[in-house]
Design a protein around this ligand. Sequence first.
Ligand code: AP5
Length: 194
Amino acid sequence: MGKTMAGKKVIITGVPGVGKTTVVNEALKNLKDEGIEYQSINFGSFMFDLAKSEGIVSDRDQMRSLDRTIQKRLQQHAAQAIAKVPGNVLIDTHASVKTPKGYLAGLPEWVLREIMPDIIVLVETDDDQILIRRLSDETRSRDKEGSKAIAEHQQFNRAIAASYAMLTGCTIKIVVNADFLLERGAEDLAAVLR
Ligand code: AP5
């Protein structure tokens, strides 16, 4: 199991709809049976709760379109709050966020400095599978984009993850969450959390 006193800090990322929350839930269920506990934290929820309390959004999918300076302030607030959580922590967030003005780093220096992750996980799968998962999920207002744009976003996330490794010395793990192979993805994630 991870570090004894400070706990292990693992960040999990992936483009919207790749299924990171699904993989996290499955992996944590398996680990619980082995007596390994992680607190699972959604970075976007910390941002959303503040943005909602300030009356600037009513839906979490509106946050991507907020002014860049506002998104950065919300990020900083989330990072500072999450850094205080003790023990093993699994943080569900984004390597980059697609905004109307281009990609915004999900883990800029001021976020990484607070959290100092041990590992950053990139959850990936085929672009077409992500497209279909987004179209099937009626509970969210997903960006309407084709599989080429999804492929570009996944490529960009690998590139920016390399810079996060340079800044923090963390490792980068790619976990594939393919259709019908959720168990395999969850086991790959569990292996890095043990
Ligand atoms: P967040 O809540 O993380 O939104 P999201 O990216 O849309 O994440 P989801 O949880 O909806 O998608 P998921 O990939 O976890 O997929 P799921 O498991 O549901 O963030 C919200 C917002 O916060 C962001 O848009 C951004 O604005 C902001 N934010 C967050 N972090 C930020 C940061 N660091 N900086 C700036 N802003 C930030 O699965 C999707 C579907 O696929 C489901 O229907 C599921 O059943 C299906 N599925 C999953 N796995 C499989 C499988 N193996 N086979 C078949 N179907 C599958």
